[in-house]
Write a protein that binds this ligand. Structure first.
Ligand code: NAP
Ligand code: ZN
Ligand code: ZN
Length: 348
């Protein structure tokens, strides 16, 4: 099935139109006409081969939301016309110890990520959501609460789950002091979720212009991270800090803010190593951890939480043809707070 898309053809050239082929739906597959696709900083890292693992052509996009247009004859969860979503994962072995715990992203024999990953069906690589349609097994397709604005719900599929999952695992909630570093796509959802879970929420930002928005989004306090005095006032006081920064920055400055047994959980993925002074961990005993998206059941739990609490993303809707400009603005931390592609623009 021939499908219009936008692709990166090398690390240094702009994304441009390309026609890709999608498989015909198999018995357990759902075909989705994509309405909206969020733009994650990982799309940019991948398109420019910043992690050294890109195969071209690459069709990015893993915050995919649309309407079911066809279903295979064994599909039970979806019918034509339903809203449906696909995040960062499209398959896994479904039987290893990670998969059976609902941690498909850590599948021991290989999770299949939504783009740039070997695709057993086509023999090539998976293609992401910067496209008109996607075909996905219903087991990896999510249900979308109908009370949410679909464009504002799309980025929940990565920015949402990537912040929700660690906040839940490390116990963000009432009586806890939780920091979120960086107010971008992930960070603004981290602030919303930490606030919704009842934690005392503190935003760290490098951008003075984001102070008012930080408070509006749910932060009880906003700290300009370049201000050493403001940082020092919070030394040894945090239960957890969630770090969403996409570029080089000093992890030690945040470790110093944790109390005994506090955790700095890194989800941002800067391409370079980030040095850690072990004394930042030893005294007082502190944890440095990482987290990768979330499993399928937890992603559904997060979407249902958003439906119940009316939580969605703050977005700037763009046309597919504006993607290269959007990447440049994302690099300047100039996005409020997630670009979402209106996929109708691909047809026009
Ligand atoms: P984004 O929208 O570009 O936000 C990143 C934010 O980091 C910026 O808005 C900025 O916030 C801050 N920042 C940027 N450069 C900085 C610097 N040099 N020093 C300090 N702060 C800086 O990106 P995103 O889509 O949220 O993604 C963030 C990172 O998470 C990316 O590396 C992405 O690949 C990664 N990611 C990881 C997972 C996972 O599963 N672990 C999933 C999705 C994305 P302020 O302006 O507030 O300072
Ligand atoms: Zn992402
Ligand atoms: Zn597995």
């Amino acid at each position: 099935m021939s499908t219009r898309a936008f692709a990166a053809h090398s690390a240094t050239t702009p994304l441009s139109p390309m026609t890709i082929t999608r498989r015909e739906p198999m018995p357990s597959d759902v075909e989705i006409e994509i309405l909206f696709c969020g733009v994650c900083h990982s799309d940019l890292h991948f398109a420019r081969n910043e992690w050294g693992m890109t195969t071209y052509p690459l069709v990015p996009g893993h915050e995919i939301l649309g309407r079911v247009s066809r279903v295979g004859n064994k599909v039970t969860k979806f019918k034509v016309g339903d809203l449906a979503a696909v995040g960062c994962l499209v398959d896994s072995c479904r039987s290893c110890s990670s998969c059976t715990r609902g941690l498909e992203q850590f599948c021991l024999t290989g999770a299949v990520f939504t783009y740039g990953w070997p695709d057993k069906h086509s023999g090539g690589m998976t293609y992401g959501g910067y496209s008109e349609k996607i075909v996905c097994d219903e087991a990896f397709t999510l249900k979308v609460p109908t009370n949410l604005d679909p464009a504002r719900a799309a980025p929940l599929l990565c920015a949402g789950i990537t912040t929700y999952s660690p906040l839940r695992k490390w116990g963000a909630g009432k009586g806890k002091k939780v920091g979120v570093v960086g107010l971008g796509g992930l960070g603004h959802m981290g602030v919303k979720f930490a606030h919704a879970m009842g934690a005392h929420t503190v935003l760290f930002t490098t951008s003075e212009g984001k102070i008012a928005d930080g408070k509006r989004l749910g932060a009880d306090e906003v700290i300009i991270s370049k201000n050493a005095d403001a940082m020092a006032r919070h030394a040894g006081s945090f239960d957890m800090i969630l770090d969403t920064v996409s570029a080089d920055h000093d992890l030690n400055a945040y470790l110093a803010l944790l109390k005994l047994d506090g955790s700095l959980v890194v989800v941002g993925a800067p391409p370079n190593p980030q040095p850690v002074n072990v004394f930042s961990l030893l005294m007082p005993r502190r944890n440095l951890a990482g987290s990768l998206i979330g499993g399928i059941a937890e992603t559904q739990e997060m979407l249902d939480f958003c439906g119940r609490h009316n939580v969605a993303c703050d977005i700037e809707l763009i046309r597919m043809q504006q993607i290269n400009e959007a990447y440049e603005r994302m690099l300047k931390s100039d996005v409020k707070y997630r670009f979402v592609i209106d996929m109708a623009s691909l047809k026009g």
